[in-house]
Design a protein around this ligand. Sequence first.
Ligand SMILES: [Zn+2]
Length: 496
Amino acid sequence: MKRWVAAACCAFSLFAAGSFADEVKSLVRVGNLTGLQVSALVQEGYDVAKKGDGFAEIVVEKSKISYFTDKGHTVKILVDDLDLYIKKVKSAQTKSDKYFTYESATVQMKKWAEEFKHICRVESIGKSCEGLDIWALKLSDNPEKNEAEPAALIMGMHHSREWPSVEVPMATMKKLIEGYASDPELKKLVDSREIWFVPIVNPDGFKFSQEKSKYWRKNRRNNGNGTYGVDPNRNYGYEWGNVGASSSPSSDTYHGPNAFSEPEVCAIRDLARREKFQASISGHTYSELILYPFSYGYDVPNPDQKVFEKMAGDMSKFNGYKPITSADLYPAMGDSDDFLYGELKVLAFTFELCSTFIPSPGEIKNFNSINVPAYLYLIEKAGTYGLLTPSGEDEIVNALDFDSGIKAIKDISQLFAGEANASVRNEVLARIKTISLKVAELVDQQLKAGSTDYLEILRNTPEAAQALDFVSKKVLFNSEHGQAYRGDIIEAVKNR
Ligand SMILES: [Zn+2]
């Protein structure tokens, strides 16, 4: 088996990918490829944007296309001159259909923070290689305080030429911020979560791609040997290494001299360690996929596979994308999801948005409209499924409000109904018990104040039987020990 892998790897070694800025690059579909040959392309440092049955879509210097045809592979040119393509996209922009830039996104976020101070604030979480601020917008009630609420992280723009990855976070912010005053559901979501947006993780690369019309992928690190750029999504320090990542500084997937060598990546690492997120999305283009850990190797067991599958499956209903384990696209070491989940147990997803790197500006509204609901789903479920993993700390459970507690009990109970694995079942039951105790406490408080609204909801929620049991025990115990409830409430609890 190993010999076959070695043979496949050598097949493309003559033309390992390079990123010399001035060469004209094309986006091509290379056909007649075996699965091993696709893996070899990744291993040689190509950005494999899309993989299918017997083909891969890659960015390649125009001068190298003939190597593939000489080897008997079919080559379909999807975009002949990518830099020219960017110029065309830019000139097709109108006042209403245009991509955000680093400047316009920064201005917009600061404007929101100024105008909606009560729910958001902006913070620089670090500086890029070239000294630009990496801006984060935090959205929550009491945004200045670090409250014990489920937290979600939404990122875009690890890769410079993947402009839509900035748009969806910006559109999600807009929806939540501008809808806050009029839409009770959006208000509830903002109030009960801490939502962090970092729409432009890699400002230098984004500016370079937009301002110089370059089909650039990496950041703008000067590697000191005439080459530029480290791939930020190969630089995270969980299983950092050479699988699906290159040690060659000229490669599109250069992983850097060491893990966490890049300031942009360190900024995300430090934010994540500080804020302890329950769930996250990192946006990329393209392929119309929803990916989840692990990425660094095939068949790496994921203890939360069931939760990832459920959430990815639900999100795919909004955008029609295909949910798969990241390594099933191809294994790659050092990506953000592996770090966020591997080290911090964040339910971390990557969206490969759209069907090309930079769709025409007229498409922006369309890809936002199918993806914003999926992002909102993730933010909401940070407070239900997100409570299952070790990152769903007791501190957060103990601060849950009634609605969030009920939703968490429902989601978790339904997903694990009939779970056959005894140790998983016990872990989940223990988690539901902790949440049920919190919910019972909130119901009891309300009953003491003379209202039965929560009790009614509990009685109508079959999954919350345990919480209801806790409530009745509490009420009966308390009433026998001198605490007053209305007579009809005690009767209602007895007759549940
Ligand atoms: Zn990407």
